[in-house]
Write a protein that binds this ligand. Structure first.
Ligand code: 0PR
Length: 365
């Protein structure tokens, strides 16, 4: 650090130059985040100094967090769900497994996850001393209930399914896996960090949320398809009381107990997530999702016209291809199975899709 401070002009000109080095969302097809909605940015700025880590000082913001959780619970068919705003899917998944582990104290506990699970479960299991049992996927990259059943033993403290897998955009058969969880009375966590704000607006889906009676908890991230500012995830629990096992005493704060993982927690992204859901409503969110799904179908059709087959027909707006190209000027990613992976987020408009396909056409020729 320098002895004397900079002028504001010098400082911000430096910051602008640094920001110029960042890519812009317009040509990024590899991200599950997107440009925040304008109302998200406005609400974020309005709550910029709030700290949910000491909610007694910010009772208004705390009430807004409760309203956000109620809205999400309502969307996932359980308005009485307990929950809080996390820093994202990683924290939600860690906290869900902490609860599961505390509910069933055994030595050498294990957790059953699908091979498609996000790497946040590696972190969670490492931190919590849980043996991670990864079960292979079926031909459509979904978790197989028969294999889940075979993997269970008396030390299994949780089963995890994914709604909107990170790499292939698949929805696991939650209802069938839920029956297995119910048969063995095992905590059942659904990681809908991505798909939780997509699936409610897709027609004809089998139940995958709290409608499945054995679902214990759900992760859903407003900072992905909810167009909030970063960081805003949410962990919802069927039984609000179940958070109690995570409580620690916080004697000198305005509240005397806390179950969250983070201490200091930003209220601004919570306000931003609330703002988007309230501003768009179900109708607006549904239109957003229909648009992303339409663009997903268009990209698949366009890629297949060039001979690059889809790896699978996705349930949500993630499209993967048998395509070795590295399209110049674009960001795509590659799955661990070697497929080109794209995420059709709201910033990936129809025009962006057409322009991407042009690049593919040129590289292909
Ligand atoms: N669960 C699922 C199903 C996820 O897809 C992700 C993240 C998480 C949990 C963890 O969420 P947080 O990262 O919010 O803790 N999925 C994205 C991924 O790994 C995150 C991401 C977003 C990565 C934007 C890159 C990026 O540019 O691909």
């Amino acid at each position: 650090m320098k002895e004397n401070g900079s002028s504001e002009e010098e400082l911000f000109s430096y910051l602008s130059s640094v920001r110029e080095e960042d890519l812009k969302y317009g040509r990024i097809l590899s991200s599950m985040c997107t440009r925040p909605h304008p109302v998200a940015i406005r609400a974020h700025m309005q709550f910029i100094e709030t700290n949910l880590g000491d909610p007694g000082l910010f009772p208004g913001t705390m009430g807004l967090e409760d309203e956000l959780i109620t809205m999400l619970g309502d969307l996932l068919h359980h308005s009485g769900a307990g929950g809080y705003a996390t820093s994202g899917g990683t924290e939600s998944n860690i906290q869900a497994l902490r609860i599961a582990k505390k509910q069933k104290p055994v030595d050498t506990p294990n957790v059953i996850i699908p091979a498609s699970a996000h790497f946040s479960f590696d972190k969670a299991c490492d931190m919590l001393g849980l043996q991670m049992r990864s079960v292979p996927l079926d031909a459509n990259y979904r978790m197989d209930p028969v294999l889940v059943n075979e993997a269970i033993d008396e030390k299994t403290v949780a089963i995890v399914s994914v709604v909107g897998t990170t790499e292939y955009g698949m929805i696991d058969p939650v209802k069938e896996i839920g029956s297995v969880a119910a048969d063995h009375d095992i905590f059942f966590h659904v990681d809908a960090a991505f798909g939780g704000l997509v699936a409610p607006f897709l027609p004809g889906l089998a139940p995958w949320d709290f409608l499945v009676p054995s679902v214990s908890s759900i992760s859903v991230d407003p900072h992905k398809m909810g167009m909030s500012t970063i960081p805003c995830g949410a962990l919802l629990l069927r039984d609000p009381e179940a958070f109690g096992c995570l409580n620690v005493d916080t004697p000198y704060l305005t509240v005397k107990k806390e179950c969250t993982l983070a201490g200091t927690r930003p209220g601004a992204p919570v306000a931003s997530a609330y703002a988007v859901l309230r501003y768009l409503g179900r109708e607006g969110l549904s239109a957003l999702v229909q648009g992303c799904m339409e663009n997903t179908r268009r990209l698949i059709e366009g890629m297949e016209a060039f001979g690059y087959a889809r790896a699978v027909t996705p349930d949500v707006n993630v499209a993967t291809f048998d395509c070795p190209l590295v399209p110049t000027g674009w960001r795509v990613s590659r799955t661990r199975w070697g497929h080109m992976r794209t995420v059709l987020m709201p910033h990936v408009t129809r025009d962006v899709v057409e322009s991407f396909l042009e690049t593919i056409g040129e590289s292909h020729a």
